[in-house]
Design a protein around this ligand. Structure first.
Ligand code: KIV
Length: 424
């Protein structure tokens, strides 16, 4: 069997949320507007949030967590506006695709009332309620006993259902550090009370992939009633493991993953949408049992740029998928390979994420490590077909410029050529 060396575009049609119970389908829950906005300094205006929500809909995310309505009047209004946008609105009234609009709420009536007031305008509305379940959070933050926490969780999920919300997500905050038996018990209780999605936050990014995968597998195996709900992941990135943990969770049975564009979020951020989605697209078929998402990946670059601009959180150049260097090649060996066959050093085609290089752009960046073949190809791109000794001289002149400059630009090359060729 030939080895597959590059990502294949999934042959599956785009999934229609809430309609096809395909066991391999992974729902994308985007929380850029809620957890993402919790990044220090990332506050966005209401109009910016609406723009992002529209872009998320272009991507085809299944759930948009639009905010935390009880946090401020501004948040309440923004969530309401987004819910209306995806309400019985002619733009999104297409039976085939309307994202679920979700609002976050702590386990208290006031928060749940605010969340419902905001999201009920959506065609598909969800309340996401949470309470901490780890010893350290219950003892020092909530100052509540286990019984009180269970009682609060159960009664608030039931309350959200009584208000009329048919889609209620419950998160045991800090599940990654919570006692397993306690988790099974509280989750059983909230499922009985009407929760439809059970999310498992690794709130402080403490777990490693094998451990997080086991957590999901254990919850799936030991929680009564779990087979009737969707299991979800929410992985923070404190140890840089959020994408790996999310994928481990999906492989262990989670069918919703919570992510943010560019991975923004509290502290070190969340699992990034583009990494999780492209990992599933790239390797889901081969090594993750056929898991796939419904994301239209060609809108990823635009979403990333929009979130970068509005949140003012700059994307690091070497960030996977959307960083400026993600498709740039500088060393001579890599450039030579790329010129011979793109699959040598690119596993994803830039066009798949909406990054369009013109035919003569190869992603090759000339620098001091570049070799002759990249240099020749760049000269040809600029219209210079030079051979023999002139080419050799030019190449060594270019190397000495590259020693002094990080990147040698087209203008530098044109200047070098005019010095070498036209003055000779
Ligand atoms: O990190 C976390 O625990 C959360 C929950 C509210 C899902 O953001």
């Amino acid at each position: 069997r030939p080895r597959i060396l590059r990502c294949s575009i999934s042959p599956r049609p785009q999934y229609i949320p809430n309609r096809i119970p395909d066991p391999h389908y992974i729902r994308i829950f985007d929380t850029t507007l809620r957890d993402g906005e919790q990044s220090p300094g990332a506050t966005m205006t209401t109009n910016q949030k609406l723009d992002i929500a529209r872009q998320l809909a272009k991507l085809g995310v299944d759930v948009i967590e639009a905010g935390f309505p009880a946090a401020s009047d501004g948040d309440l209004e923004a969530v309401k506006l987004i819910a209306r946008e995806f309400g019985n609105n002619k733009n999104y009234n297409d039976e085939e695709y309307v994202p679920v609009i979700c609002g976050l709420a702590r386990c208290n009536k006031k928060d749940i009332d605010s969340a419902w007031e905001a999201v009920r305008h959506a065609k598909r509305a969800r309340i996401h309620t949470f309470i901490a379940t780890s010893e350290i959070h219950m003892k020092y933050k909530l100052m509540k006993s286990k019984e009180e926490v269970v009682d609060r969780a159960r009664s608030m999920v039931a309350y959200a259902r009584i208000l009329g919300c048919q889609d209620v997500e419950f998160s045991p905050e800090d599940a990654g550090r919570s006692d397993r038996e306690f988790l099974y018990h509280i989750l059983e209780q909230v499922i009985e009370a009407g929760a439809t999605t059970i999310n498992n936050p690794d709130t402080v990014g403490y777990t490693v992939p094998s451990e997080f995968g086991q957590l999901i597998a254990d919850i799936k195996a030991n929680t009564p009633g779990i087979e009737n709900v969707i299991i979800s992941t929410h992985c923070q990135n404190d140890l840089g493991l959020s994408t790996a943990n999310t994928l481990a969770g999906a492989c262990a049975g989670a069918r919703q993953v919570e992510v943010t564009v560019n991975g923004i979020g509290e502290r070190a951020g969340n699992a990034s949408l583009e990494e999780v989605v492209m990992a599933l697209k790239c390797r889901g078929e081969q090594v993750m049992g056929g898991l796939y998402t419904g994301i239209d990946t060609k809108h990823i670059v635009m979403a990333s740029k929009m979130v970068e601009e509005y949140s003012r959180l700059l994307v690091q150049p070497h960030k996977a998928i959307v960083g400026a260097n993600a498709f740039a090649h500088e060393s001579g060996i890599h450039q030579d390979g790329m010129l011979k066959h793109k699959n040598t050093y690119e596993i994803i085609s830039p066009e798949d994420i909406g990054l369009h290089r013109s035919d003569d752009e190869s992603g090759i960046v000339l620098g001091k490590l570049s070799g002759r073949s990249a240099f020749r190809s760049k000269l040809l791109e600029l219209g210079y077909d030079i051979d023999g000794k002139k080419f050799d001289d030019l190449f060594w002149n270019f190397k000495s410029v590259a020693e002094k400059k990080k990147n040698v630009t087209d203008d530098d090359l044109i200047a070098l050529v005019s010095d070498e060729v036209f003055q000779a």
